[in-house]
Design a binder for this molecule. Structure first.
Ligand SMILES: Nc1ncnc2c1ncn2[C@@H]1O[C@H](COP(=O)(O)OP(=O)(O)OP(=O)(O)O)[C@@H](O)[C@H]1O
Length: 227
């Protein structure tokens, strides 16, 4: 098991706003598998990603159990936040490569379907889809045991989205656990990359299982994610 959460509850208290954003969430991310996390906007998917990767906001307090076995990598929903604003993406990928000394920058960019022609641009000079793939390349350089990707294909055309999902599948094939957050049940079904799906609603886990088990459910909330 690359990671698991049991009875994970997260309370956000900003002084002006107080809310339980995750309520007794249970989730498993097996090693060597792609687990997809789905749910409507604001239901808490990114908060699960933050809890698993140790990056909860300072206004959040968590209870319950989170276990991660090995190293973690996060591809944030806004890819630019994975980079410093004032240096080129290429320079920052080179620095990460020096730090981890694993795969080459070229190899990580290829795996992330990131176009190397834009390596010399600053993060904000990238398109939404380009910087998201650059953030994936950055995460792959550290070869984490648990890779959490938040909306990896939200800004991509269908063809490139397919390639990115296939690449996540390949990465899971190296033995890592991959947790991929998405709204796009149709794309998950078409690509067939998810070994398991977990659905969140209002901060709670409401369904989990293999794609076949999920497709057999009559729950209209779950069915609403598929064409
Ligand atoms: N940094 C933060 N500080 C305070 N509250 C936050 C923060 N980030 C998220 N929240 C709150 O936590 C709840 C869950 O947000 P989250 O970003 O996890 O949703 P999501 O399911 O990922 O949504 P989306 O699909 O729109 O990205 C929301 O009510 C949101 O307002």
């Amino acid at each position: 098991m690359a990671a698991e959460a049991r009875e994970l509850t997260v309370l956000v208290d900003t002084q002006r706003w107080r809310e339980t954003v995750l309520d007794s969430v249970c989730l498993a991310v097996p090693a060597g598998r792609v687990t997809a996390l789905l749910g409507e906007s604001g239901c808490g998917k990114s908060m699960v990603a933050a809890a698993l990767t140790g990056s909860l906001p300072s206004v959040a307090r968590s209870t319950g159990e989170v276990r991660v076995h090995g190293t973690v990598g996060l591809v944030p929903q806004a890819g630019a936040t994975a980079f410093a604003a004032e240096r080129t993406v290429g320079a920052q990928l080179d620095e990460r490569q020096q730090l981890f000394r694993g795969r080459s920058v070229e190899d990580a960019c290829k795996a992330a379907i990131y176009p190397v022609e834009t390596l010399d641009l600053l993060p904000h000079q990238h398109s939404g889809g380009q910087i998201q793939r650059a953030a994936l390349a950055a995460a792959l350089l550290s070869e984490p045991d648990l890779l959490v990707v938040d909306e990896p294909s939200a800004s991509l055309d269908r063809g490139t989205a397919y390639e990115v999902w296939a690449s996540l599948r390949t990465y899971a094939g190296t033995g890592a656990g991959v947790l991929a957050i998405t709204h796009d049940g149709a794309l998950l079904t078409e690509t067939g990359v998810a070994d398991a799906m977990v659905f969140l609603r209002d901060g709670r886990t409401i369904a989990a299982g293999s794609p076949a088990e999920i497709h057999a459910l009559a729950d209209p909330y779950v069915r609403g994610f598929f064409p």
